[in-house]
Ligand binder design. Structure first.
Ligand code: ZN
Length: 130
C-alpha cells in the first residue's frame, strides 16, 4: 500500500514537474513518464513515430543496451491505460482524499491563526460581545 502510494505520488510529481518546466503539457504525452526497463533512464520520442531509451539514442550501446523502439500510438495508449488505472485505483482515490483532507486542515489552522492574531492585535477592549 505504501509503495503503491509512493509510485502514484511519484507519477503525479513527474506530471506536475513537466507542467512547471514549460507551463504546458509535454509535446508528446509519454515524454518524461516512460522509463527504460534496462537502465531506468527516461524514454522519449526518437523519431516522428517511435519511442526509445534516451540513453541508448544519445550514448549508444555503451550507455544502454536497450535498443527497442515502440510505436508512438502503442506507447501512448499503454501509458494512458496505466495512468487511468493508477489514478482511479482505491489507493489513488485514498491518496487524493488524504491530500484534500490535509489541505483543508491546513487552511483551517491558518484561519485560526489569523483570527487569533487579529484578536491579539485589536485587544480585548475592542471586542464587545454584548
Ligand atoms: Zn536504457
Amino acid at each position: 500500500m505504501k509503495k503503491r502510494q509512493g509510485e502514484i505520488e511519484c507519477m503525479s510529481v513527474t506530471i506536475r514537474g513537466a507542467l512547471r518546466r514549460n507551463g504546458r503539457l509535454p509535446r508528446y504525452l509519454p515524454s518524461g513518464l516512460l522509463v527504460c526497463g534496462q537502465c531506468g533512464g527516461t524514454s522519449r520520442r526518437v523519431n516522428t513515430r517511435e519511442y526509445g531509451c534516451a540513453s541508448h539514442v544519445d550514448g549508444g550501446h555503451a550507455a544502454c543496451t536497450n535498443g527497442i523502439r515502440v510505436r508512438g500510438e502503442l506507447a501512448e495508449s499503454k501509458l494512458l491505460e496505466e495512468l487511468q488505472r493508477e489514478i482511479l485505483s482505491p489507493e489513488g482515490i485514498a491518496l487524493l482524499e488524504s491530500k484534500v483532507g490535509e489541505n483543508m486542515r491546513g487552511r483551517r489552522q491558518l484561519c485560526c491563526m489569523v483570527r487569533g492574531s487579529l484578536v491579539e492585535a485589536v485587544g480585548p477592549r475592542s471586542v464587545n460581545l454584548q
